[in-house]
Design a protein around this ligand. Structure first.
Ligand SMILES: *Cc1c(COP(=O)(O)O)cnc(C)c1O
Length: 483
């Protein structure tokens, strides 16, 4: 490796990056190619003698480029996958270039301060208590883990037990109360925390997957001692919001009865709604709860990967995460990111949040929330009007559940066929869900780049694959093939 090689590598990577990003509006969303073909394309064997760096990167453009899924396309509606904001993208290039290890302040003071500011902006934007502590983690899963670790610390500390030092053997039992249909990452976090998935008490939900607060109150009345409750801001299926004010009241009553209580909110999908004045009724009471998790890489459109963990009680957050060691330089008085996330060495993922927030501003974030919800409604209205589909949920955020009405009655098979049709054509990507035992199509509008034309074009394609409009052979290729 010669020092002068940087330019030859950039000369390959930069034009390809620009070509790729510019191709997004018209590009196939889902690549063509099966496992065996991809394997053949990439499996060159580990060489004995290394190759030139620029050659390796050029080969990846050729060998992997054709099989990349356009997650940042405005026509990608699968799972809950956010797009790529240009400011976050540019920042990611620099973050990769600077190659900072952002665990502690001393080795990288600039990055630590940028993350500190990003954290303050988020707390302000979301209307959370001003002392709220923040950890930038890899995603919603780890944000849930981090917040629930802080919860475990605090409810057990209040009961006179040090979970970090002594583990859970012999600890006072912790009641974990979770809504039915909670995101699997919450249950998975309970597994990592030694609390156990099956130990969670499940509280039934209403028809929009909002927790039944009457039943939550009943459940808590039957439990005593340390208690952790988890609710949601943006259900992964329906996009619904729990009644945070009611949950806060119930938690307060439980706490006042002498039970250490912590309420966590999984806000991976829609915590950002708290930044939108138009959504203030939906998130009323959110700021009265104890911890909140969200994803930077979903609606905020920061590059993968980025999640955020927020705790009202910074001491609990820090006690659950911090680690001391003689070979670290700690206690400088500045914020060490490592005190608030489970990673040791870590990527400077908060800098992308700084950039996205600065570029969007308060107004831009609020517009992003409202526009994605508006586009989700546009999908819902057009599909419902076709007579071929029913909308299963109340579209209160950016998630839509679609029941395709099969002519032969096999709705599940029909949903799969319609989704496979548009995916195969390359025009859009949707993923399915099994919701209350029924196979449905799920739409998630999570990309700043999606516009009305994208939605209309994709609705037309969906209806065409559902046989609701005649299939006209395209005059010219509708979409550019991947490279
Ligand atoms: C996506 C999601 C998660 C997990 O987030 P990752 O970023 O994939 O780790 C957790 N909860 C909900 C509601 C989600 O939608």
């Amino acid at each position: 490796m010669h020092r002068s090689d940087w330019k030859s590598v950039l000369d390959v990577a930069a034009p390809e990056a620009l070509r790729y990003l510019r191709s997004l509006p018209e590009r196939r969303v889902y690549p063509q190619g099966e496992y065996a073909e991809i394997r053949r394309s990439l499996d060159h064997g580990l060489p004995d003698e290394g190759l030139e760096a620029a050659q390796v990167v050029a080969d990846l453009v050729r060998d992997l480029g054709p099989y990349v899924t356009a997650h940042a396309s405005g026509r990608f509606f699968g799972f809950v996958i956010g797009g790529l904001h240009p400011a976050a993208w540019g920042t990611e290039l620099l973050v990769s270039t600077w190659d900072q290890n952002a665990g502690l302040f001393p080795p990288t003071p600039g990055v630590a301060v940028a993350e500190e500011i990003a954290a303050e902006w988020l707390v302000d934007l979301l209307g959370l208590p001003s002392a709220t502590s923040v950890g930038f983690v890899t995603g919603g899963q780890m944000a849930n883990f981090t917040c629930l670790a802080a919860a475990r610390h605090e409810v057990l500390r209040s009961a006179g037990w040090d979970a970090e030092a002594d583990g859970l053997l012999g600890a006072p039992p912790v009641s974990v109360v979770v809504k039915e249909g909670a995101h699997s990452s919450v249950l998975r976090a309970l597994r990592f925390l030694g609390l156990g998935e099956r130990a969670a008490v499940l509280v039934p939900c209403d028809d929009q997957d909002r927790v039944r607060t009457d039943l939550l109150a009943d459940t808590l009345r039957t439990r005593s001692g340390p208690t952790i409750v988890a609710v949601e801001c943006g259900n992964v299926n329906t996009g619904s919001f729990d009644d945070f004010a009611a949950v806060a009241d119930i938690a307060e009553t439980h706490r006042d009865a002498g039970n250490p209580t912590w309420v966590h909110v999984d806000g991976a999908v829609m915590l950002l709604a708290a930044a939108s004045p138009g959504m203030s009724e939906r998130v009323r009471g959110l700021d009265r709860l104890d911890s909140w998790s969200t994803d930077g890489h979903k609606l905020l459109n920061v590059a993968y990967d980025c999640g955020v963990a927020f705790c009202r009680n910074p001491a609990a957050h820090r006690a659950a995460m911090s680690v001391q060691a003689g070979y670290l330089e700690q206690g400088t008085g500045a914020r060490d990111p490592m005190d608030f996330n489970p990673e040791f060495s870590r990527r400077a993922r908060g800098v992308g949040v700084y950039a996205a927030l600065r570029s969007l501003g308060r107004t831009g974030v609020s517009e992003l929330v409202e526009r994605t919800i508006g586009l989700a409604r546009r999908f819902a209205e057009a599909l419902a009007a076709s007579g071929r589909a029913e909308i299963v949920n109340e579209v209160v955020s950016n998630q839509v559940l679609v029941r395709w009405l099969a002519p032969d009655g096999d709705n599940a098979g029909f949903a799969n066929a319609v989704m496979a049709g548009v995916r195969g054509e390359g025009i859009a990507f949707f993923s399915g869900t099994t919701y209350r035992g029924e196979r449905l199509m799920r739409i998630s509008v999570s990309d700043w780049a999606t516009d009305e034309q994208d939605v209309d074009r994709v609705v037309e394609a969906l209806l065409r694959h559902a046989g609701a409009v005649p299939t006209v052979p395209p005059q010219k290729p509708a979409l550019r093939p991947a490279p």
